[in-house]
Design a protein around this ligand. Structure first.
Ligand SMILES: NC(=O)N[C@@H](CC(=O)O)C(=O)O
Ligand SMILES: [Zn+2]
Length: 428
């Protein structure tokens, strides 16, 4: 038995109240303002810190197998634990691609053997090799432990393929998670939003409709299939209109947004620096505002980091050649707490919900709530601790972040999965 003593929890109405939490056999068995210590019980004094359900990130890249120079399951899940995450879903753009049961099993085995203790949910490919022309054996992938299907990293270009994929995913009860990008609208070397920054630096731009045209297409395709259709990393205002309309009609559509699209826009980019290069790109100030409104009103359901580690060498290439992607696991909570909660855009309870309960609910996962009887997946957060983001300290192999040097507050200090401490700051 473990007793988390002297914590605070978010109570009804969002107010913080003192709490002790007792854990037994991996479950929360009691939450009360004061619990007496039982003999033989391990006591962890959390000294007034915030106790929340462990964060859930349903869009990350672990890079294993195949790109271990960028990240491994060991380093990526350590980074996740340090970020307060207890559940992550990893994308299939590995080498080989996660398009066979063997790769799904290999990811799960690697996490069991060398992971930090964070739960890893493998997302399998929609099409073989992410090539867009042949469906994977989704039944076998599901059987092996795949949690959803996605061709993340590329859009499924053929509407005919997408429709077939939706039918099959629906039949098997697998969510279909879409990276929305119409390649016919891209020009070679396109690397930033087609907008003010691209014009100023004479860089080839990625138009927002390259995303939205797939969102609209897929909503139409999904309509009578009954599939759970989920939109990855929404970046454009027009995508939000389409998702909002589909939801209003009662269609089973969910969506995520990443911290960087909520906090930055293209005019915040200081120069042609690959630390600001990700796909989809940072859009206009107007897009950013619309994403925030959509997150607040529930059109966009939850936050996912799209943690996409790359090597420093790769990110030192010219912006047109460097790979897309930035890391996110170790900075998401303090960044969002500082820049959305402390300035009143979201309440603390809303932020936590959008990083725990809501992603779990959208995908029917049995985690994401802090209550008696729940699995003891827990993050402890020091809301007072203020520190500069320093990529040198990251447990992730990826140091590629545009937030280096940002002074933020609300750092995770301890993470527990099923009642077991898997990471704590003072033993890092
Ligand atoms: N988001 C990115 O910029 N990059 C991702 C791919 C993706 O999520 O589309 C990656 O795998 O590096
Ligand atoms: Zn993607």
């Amino acid at each position: 038995m473990t007793l988390l003593k002297n914590g605070k929890v978010i109570g009804n109405g969002g107010k913080l109240s003192p709490a002790d939490i007792r854990i037994r056999d991996g479950k929360i068995i009691a939450i009360a303002s004061q619990l007496e210590v039982d003999p033989g019980e391990e006591v962890i004094d959390v000294k007034g810190k915030l106790i929340i359900s462990g964060l859930i990130d349903l869009h990350i890249h672990l890079r294993e197998p195949g790109f271990e120079q960028k990240e491994t399951i060991a380093t990526g899940t350590r980074a996740a634990a340090r970020g307060g995450y207890t559940v992550v879903a990893c994308m299939p753009n590995t080498a080989p691609v996660t398009d066979s049961p063997e790769v799904v099993e290999r990811i799960l085995a690697s996490n069991r053997a060398g992971g930090s203790g964070v739960r890893v949910l493998p997302i399998a490919a929609i099409t073989t090799g992410l090539a867009g022309d042949r469906l994977t054996d989704m039944a076998a992938l599901k059987e092996a432990g795949a949690f959803a299907v996605s061709d993340d990293g590329v859009g499924v270009q053929s509407p005919r393929m997408m429709k077939a994929a939706m039918r099959e995913a629906a039949r098997l009860g697998l969510p279909l998670v879409a990276h929305c990008e119409e390649e016919d609208l891209l020009i070679p070397g396109a690397c930033v939003h087609e907008g003010e920054f691209a014009r100023k630096h004479n860089l080839p731009g990625i138009p927002p409709e390259a995303e939205a045209i797939h969102v609209g297409r897929d909503i139409l395709l999904a309509e009578d299939t009954g599939v759970h259709y989920h939109v990855c990393h929404v970046s454009a205002e027009s995508s939000v209109w389409l998702i909002r309309e589909a939801k209003a009609r009662g269609q089973r559509v969910t969506a995520e947004v990443s911290p960087h699209h909520l906090l930055l826009c293209d005019t915040d980019i200081p120069g042609p620096d690959p630390a600001y290069k990700m796909n989809p790109p940072l859009r206009s100030a107007r897009d950013r505002q619309v994403l925030l409104e959509a997150l607040k009103d529930g059109t966009i359901d939850f936050i996912a980091t799209d943690h996409a580690p790359h090597t420093t060498e790769e990110k030192e290439r010219p912006i047109t050649e460097a790979p897309f992607g930035i890391v996110g696991l170790e900075t998401a909570f303090p960044l969002l707490y500082t820049h959305l909660v402390q300035n009143g855009e979201l309440t603390l309870a809303e932020l936590v919900d959008k990083m725990t309960r809501i992603p779990a609910d959208c995908f029917n996962l049995p985690w994401g709530v802090l209550k008696e009887g729940a699995v003891a997946d827990i993050a402890v957060i020091d809301l007072e601790q203020e520190r500069e983001i320093d990529p040198k300290t990251f447990l992730s192999k990826g140091k590629n972040t545009p937030f280096s040097g940002w002074k933020v507050q609300g750092w995770p200090v301890m993470t527990l999965v099923e009642g077991r401490v898997i990471w704590r700051e003072d033993q890092d």
